[in-house]
Design a protein around this ligand. Structure first.
Ligand SMILES: NC(=O)c1ccc[n+]([C@@H]2O[C@H](COP(=O)([O-])OP(=O)(O)OC[C@H]3O[C@@H](n4cnc5c(N)ncnc54)[C@H](OP(=O)(O)O)[C@@H]3O)[C@@H](O)[C@H]2O)c1
Length: 226
């Protein structure tokens, strides 16, 4: 285990706290965290049962709506590293306000609970082009989330900004699939990124970062693997 200040806790192993474990990137994160011997425990926070992936001796499942996280804060105590792959789309959420509630408010709530519980590193999935000044509502919300997470003063914060995410998704998202095919030939900054690479980068950054804020653009994500 690294001796850097944001990994200072000593026990049988590290504790990860993960939001988004039922999703594409979060599911990959869960798999990799379970297989990672540096972690003794993985606490997953989901609004519904996370299924077979959560039936592992190392995994503790906390089922809660994200606007009621206060009621389960105690169960998020003692995390070392927080991982957030929470998110929706404006179409799926049904409105820009509902989208913002998930991609901004719920992310912030999860981060606050994990930080209050003692976590010193957060790896979070944002998106290519995230900026508070963006003309696109999706990118603007992602940018606001990034800024508000920065303001929380994490000892170590890694923000990953993928382009379209590639991986085996149960749900059909034809536009994303089309984008994935078209963007395979695009310049590196737009090329699709595999969910497995994003998850690996999130974990690598928790261990390798020197602290402070690290922003990883889409083209650099695959290079963060250890
Ligand atoms: N997909 C892309 O191409 C793409 C591109 C760039 C950035 N991103 C960002 O990357 C991150 C991960 O993407 P992904 O494709 O892995 O996402 P995903 O497969 O859609 O998974 C999203 C996760 O967020 C949870 N979630 C959504 N709405 C929720 C709500 N109202 N309450 C509680 N949990 C909720 C889902 O839980 P349930 O299973 O319960 O719904 C799921 O665990 C997201 O922040 C996304 O914006 C995605």
């Amino acid at each position: 285990m690294s001796t850097r200040p944001h990994h200072a806790r000593s026990r049988d192993g590290l504790v990860a706290v993960l939001a988004g474990a039922t999703g594409l990137v979060g599911g990959e994160c869960l798999k990799q965290l379970v297989a990672d011997h540096r972690y003794a425990r993985v606490v997953v926070v989901t609004r519904r049962d996370a299924g077979p992936a959560a039936r592992h001796a190392k995994v503790e499942q906390v089922v809660s709506e994200f606007d009621r996280l206060d009621a389960v804060r105690d169960r998020l105590r003692d995390g070392d590293h927080a991982y957030c792959a929470l998110g929706t789309t404006i179409r799926k959420a049904g409105s820009q306000a509902r989208f913002r509630a998930v991609d901004h408010d719920y992310v912030l709530r999860f981060a606050e609970a994990a930080r209050a519980g003692g976590a010193t590193h957060l790896s979070v999935v944002s998106a290519l082009g995230a900026s508070r000044a963006s003309p696109f509502p999706y990118s603007r919300v992602k940018g606001e989330t990034e800024e508000d997470l920065r303001r929380m003063g994490w000892p170590s914060l890694a923000i990953l900004r993928p382009s379209v995410i590639a991986g085996a998704r149960a749900e059909s998202r034809p536009l994303e699939r089309l984008g994935e095919h078209v963007l395979r030939w695009a310049p590196a900054k737009w090329r699709p990124v595999a969910a497995t690479d994003i998850a690996a980068a999130m974990i690598a950054l928790a261990h390798e970062s020197e602290g402070g804020v690290t922003v990883v653009e889409s083209r650099e994500i695959a290079r963060c693997r250890v």
